[in-house]
Design a binder for this molecule. Structure first.
Ligand code: KIV
Ligand code: ZN
Length: 557
C-alpha cells in the first residue's frame, strides 16, 4: 500500500461555509497562496454554482495558484449537469483540475430532503460522474452522510461511480456522528466490497460535532484511505472539519506508528493558521493543539524544570517544525524598502502590484514609529490586515476616549461619510469600547449586534501590537438555518472586522469600522463579483440553478 496520504484542503469551501467565515475574493486568493506554500495536494477552491461571485473566486484561484507545479484545483458540484458545467468552467485556467461531485446516500436525506428513492439517487450519482468524466480526467465523488447510510447501498453507489470513472471516493461523516472504530470499519468495508476500488483513492471527510474529526480521519487512513479532507484551524460547518495542522502533525510526529508521509511543509502551518484566523476573525483558542498560543508553553514548575534539563521530557514536537522559530531577521524603523522587500520575499510573499507593496511599506513605517522591533508575526498581521480588503465607505478620522475609575466612559469620533462629509459625535457607554461603538453607530446610522470581540497581543512586550477582531450581525438576521441554502441567500449575515495597532482602543475602533464597512458593502461587492464573473466567462445563459441544495429540482439539467 502507498505510504503517502494526499492532503485535500477545503478551507475555501467547507471552511468558508461556517457562519461568519465568508471571505472576499482577495482574501480567498491570499489563503490559496498560503495553501500552495504549505504544499497541500489539492485545494477545494469553492462551490462555483453557489453564486457568480463564488465562480469568479474559483476561476481566479485556478488562474493564479493552479500552476503545473502547484496544487490540483478542485471545485464542488451537486450531482447535476448545470453545477458540473459551472465547476468545470471555473477551474479551466488551472493546470491540474478536479471536479468534486456529491449526492446523499443516507435514507434520512434521500427520503426527507430529496423526497426521492435509492434507485433514483443511484442513477443521479452515476449520471453525474459519467458527465463529469466526459469533461475532466480527475473526478471525485462523495456519498454524503455516508456514515449514517446502509453500507451495502454505499458500496453499490460507489461501485456504480467507479465504473463510470470516478478517481477518488470521498467518504463524508457529514454530521460528525461516527467513532474512529466505526469509521475505520466503513473504510475497510468499502475496500473489501467495491469492485475496482484498488484503482481509486479513498478519502476521509470528517466533521467535528463530537470532537472526533481528527481521530476519525486518522482511523480512516489506518484502514486504507490515502486522502484526508481538512481545513486550516478546523473551520467548517457547525463544529468544523478535521484540522489540517492536527492531522498533518499527528502523521509526522507519530511517523513510526502510522508509517505515512504527507507533502506538507509543516513550517508554514503557524502562518497558515494565523492568516485564516485573522481573515475570518475566528480566534484560535490558546489551548488548541499545534497552533494554539499555549501549545508549546510550559507553565508548571515541574514541566519547566524537565524541559530545561532535556527538551524531550515534556515536548513531543519542536516548535520550529510548525514555523515558530525565533524570528531572527527582525526589521525596525531604520529598515528601508529594500530590506522590507527582501524580508517579505524570504517569507514567500509576492505582490500583485508596486502600489500594493508601497501601501504595505507605509503601514510598516507607521508601525515602526510605535514599535521598536517588527518581527515575522507583526508582518504577517500587517499583511493579513491588508488582505482583509475592506472598502472604506465610512472613514474613521479620529477617536478619543475618556475613561477610568469613577468616570462614565465617553468617546468622541470623527468620521467621513461616503460623500466626504465629516461628522463628529460623542457618546457614553458602559466601557470605552461600548462608548466608541455607540458613537460610531450614531454617525453611520446603523445599530448592529456585536457577536464577538476579541483582543490579543501579536507579540510579547509592552510595545506589542494589539490585534482586535470583531464579528457583527444585522439585528434580526437569521443565524444558521441557511445551512442547506446555496446561491445568493447563502449564509447568515455575519461580518467580521480586524485591525492591528499598538493602541488597543484605536484597534478596537478600526476593527468595528471595518466590519461595518464590510456589512454595508456586502451588496455592492456581490454585484461587482457578478460583473467580474460575467467578464471572466461565467455563462449567464446557462440554465438557472435552484437555491435549494437538496430539492428534486436542484440545478436544472
Ligand atoms: O460534509 C459533507 O458531506 C460535505 C460534502 C459536500 C463532501 O462537505
Ligand atoms: Zn463537509
Amino acid at each position: 500500500m502507498e505510504d503517502h496520504v494526499r492532503i485535500f484542503d477545503t478551507t475555501l469551501r467547507d471552511g468558508e461555509q461556517a457562519p461568519g467565515c465568508t471571505m472576499t475574493l482577495e482574501e480567498k486568493l491570499e489563503v490559496a497562496r498560503q495553501l500552495a506554500r504549505l504544499r497541500v495536494d489539492i485545494i477545494e477552491a469553492g462551490f462555483p454554482a453557489a453564486s457568480p461571485g463564488d465562480w469568479a473566486a474559483v476561476h481566479q484561484i485556478a488562474q493564479e495558484v493552479g500552476s503545473a507545479t502547484g496544487p490540483v484545483i478542485a471545485a464542488l458540484a451537486r450531482a447535476n449537469r448545470a453545477d458540473i458545467d459551472r465547476a468545470w468552467t471555473a477551474i479551466q485556467p488551472a493546470a491540474k483540475r478536479r471536479i468534486h461531485t456529491f449526492i446523499s446516500s443516507s435514507d434520512i436525506h434521500i427520503e426527507h430532503q430529496f423526497r426521492s428513492t435509492r434507485v433514483e439517487i443511484l442513477e443521479r450519482a452515476r449520471d453525474a460522474v459519467r458527465y463529469a468524466r466526459s469533461l475532466c480526467d480527475d473526478v471525485e465523488f462523495s456519498p454524503m452522510d455516508a456514515t449514517r447510510s446502509e453500507p451495502e447501498y454505499v458500496w453499490q453507489m460507489l461501485a456504480a461511480v467507479v465504473a463510470e470513472g470516478a478517481t477518488t471516493l470521498n467518504i463524508p461523516d457529514t454530521v460528525g456522528f461516527a467513532t474512529p472504530e466505526e469509521y475505520a470499519a466503513l473504510i475497510d468495508g468499502i475496500r473489501r466490497n467495491v469492485p475496482g476500488i484498488e484503482q481509486v483513492t479513498i478519502s476521509t471527510h470528517c466533521h467535528d460535532d463530537l470532537g472526533m474529526a481528527v481521530a476519525n480521519s486518522l482511523a480512516g487512513v489506518r484502514a486504507g484511505a490515502r486522502q484526508i479532507e481538512c481545513t486550516i484551524n478546523g473551520i467548517g460547518e457547525r463544529a468544523g472539519n478535521a484540522s489540517l495542522e492536527e492531522v498533518t502533525m499527528a502523521l509526522k510526529t507519530r511517523r513510526a506508528f502510522f508509517g505515512i508521509d504527507t507533502a506538507i511543509d509543516t513550517r508554514e502551518l503557524a502562518r497558515a493558521s494565523r492568516l485564516v484566523s485573522t481573515i475570518t476573525a475566528m480566534p484560535v483558542p490558546p489551548n488548541k493543539a499545534i497552533v494554539g498560543a499555549n501549545a508549546f508553553a510550559h507553565e508548571s514548575g515541574i514541566h519547566q524544570d524537565g524541559v530545561l534539563k532535556h527538551r524531550m521530557t515534556y515536548e513531543i514536537m519542536d516548535a520550529t517544525t510548525i514555523g515558530l522559530d525565533g524570528n531572527e531577521l527582525v526589521l525596525g524603523k531604520h529598515s528601508g524598502r529594500n530590506a522590507f522587500r527582501t524580508k517579505l520575499a524570504a517569507m514567500g510573499y509576492e505582490f500583485d502590484s508596486e502600489d500594493e507593496f508601497q501601501k504595505l511599506f507605509r503601514r510598516f513605517k507607521e508601525l515602526c514609529d510605535k514599535k521598536k522591533v517588527v518581527d515575522d508575526r507583526d508582518l504577517e498581521a500587517l499583511i493579513a490586515g491588508e488582505a482583509q480588503h475592506t472598502p472604506e465607505i465610512f472613514r474613521l478620522e479620529h477617536v478619543q476616549v475618556t475613561c477610568g475609575t469613577g468616570v462614565t466612559p465617553v468617546a468622541t469620533v470623527r468620521i467621513a461619510d461616503p460623500d466626504g462629509q465629516v461628522r463628529t459625535t460623542a457618546a457614553h457607554g458602559t466601557g470605552p469600547v461600548d462608548a466608541i461603538y455607540k458613537a460610531i453607530d450614531s454617525v453611520v446610522g446603523r445599530s448592529v449586534e456585536l457577536l464577538e470581540f476579541s483582543i490579543k497581543a501579536v507579540t510579547e512586550g509592552i510595545d506589542a501590537v494589539a490585534e482586535v477582531s470583531v464579528r457583527i450581525r444585522e439585528p434580526g438576521a437569521a443565524p444558521a438555518a441557511s445551512e442547506y441554502r446555496v446561491g445568493r441567500h447563502r449564509g447568515p449575515q455575519i461580518y467580521s472586522g480586524h485591525s492591528i495597532n499598538t493602541d488597543t482602543i484605536v484597534a478596537a475602533a478600526e476593527a468595528y469600522m471595518s466590519a461595518l464597512n464590510r456589512l454595508i458593502a456586502a451588496r455592492q461587492q456581490r454585484l461587482s463579483a457578478e460583473a467580474a464573473a460575467y467578464a471572466a466567462g461565467y455563462d449567464r445563459h446557462a440554465p438557472s440553478y435552484a437555491v435549494d441544495l437538496f430539492g428534486k429540482n436542484a440545478g436544472a439539467e
